[in-house]
Design a protein around this ligand. Structure first.
Ligand SMILES: *[C@@H]1O[C@H](CO)[C@@H](O)[C@H](O)[C@H]1NC(C)=O
Ligand SMILES: *[C@@H]1O[C@H](CO)[C@@H](O)[C@H](O)[C@H]1NC(C)=O
Length: 207
């Protein structure tokens, strides 16, 4: 009986030891992740908005087939864009929030979606015009702008000019974005998350 007690004690200590190691690892992992995240954030700013086309009256969207058009309704799932900005300058990279494809330009002046957006062909310079519209000039093909026809089809960029209405955009938040922002903030707050989900639901449900 004494021996069993000893073995039990040993197993107990072993469990404690393992748990400690586990929590230390989780903690370290968390710290490293946070550091990496803040490091990335300091170099890059990420915003989410829609691009309203002056000619089509609709929003730029990036579809699953890598096509880009300006036929998206306000609040449409493919019209939600994630825009990455360098901390310096007005150069941006735009990707569809849903598909993850970056909006890029190829050498024939067509807009295409690409999985990787590292190249200059996927970087645009934001130019805020006097009329408060924004034009987006490609960083690789200077003088070529993102532009859409009245029907929302992409215009061949080699035929675009900064003053053309086809190349004019407005940044816009989707309808009801305040509620979405509120939910995002509350879901990210660990205390509120805990209160909403209870302690028994693990973090992976809402992240
Ligand atoms: C440019 O993109 C268009 C549309 O996706 C495609 O049809 C064309 O072949 C591409 N041109 C080049 C040179 O990659
Ligand atoms: C552009 O926006 C500024 C600041 O919001 C405003 O003062 C100005 O009147 C606007 N210009 C036009 C042409 O709408």
């Amino acid at each position: 009986r004494k021996r069993y007690a000893l073995i039990d004690a040993f197993i107990f200590i072993h469990h404690c030891f393992c748990s400690c190691i586990f929590f230390v690892c989780v903690f370290l992992h968390h710290v490293i992740e946070q550091c990496r995240l803040s490091d990335r954030m300091s170099r890059r700013l990420i915003r989410t908005y829609q691009l309203y086309s002056r000619t089509s009256g609709k929003h730029v969207q990036v579809l699953g087939n890598k096509k880009v058009n300006a036929m998206g309704d306000d609040g449409a799932v493919h019209a939600k864009l994630v825009v990455e900005t360098d901390t310096f300058g007005s150069r941006i990279r735009i990707k569809g929030a849903k598909t993850g494809y970056y909006i890029c330009m190829n050498k024939t002046g067509k807009l295409i979606g690409k999985r990787k957006g590292r190249g200059k062909d996927c970087i645009f310079t934001e130019i805020v015009l006097e009329n408060n519209y924004t034009a987006l000039q490609n960083a690789k093909y200077e003088g070529w702008y993102m532009a859409f026809t009245r029907k929302g089809r992409p215009r061949k960029a080699s035929r675009t000019k900064q003053h053309q209405r086809e190349a004019h955009f407005m940044k816009r938040q989707p309808k009801g974005h305040l509620l979405v922002a509120f939910l995002t903030i509350t879901h990210r707050n660990p205390v509120i998350k805990w209160a909403l989900c209870g302690p028994h639901i693990k973090g992976h449900v809402i992240q």
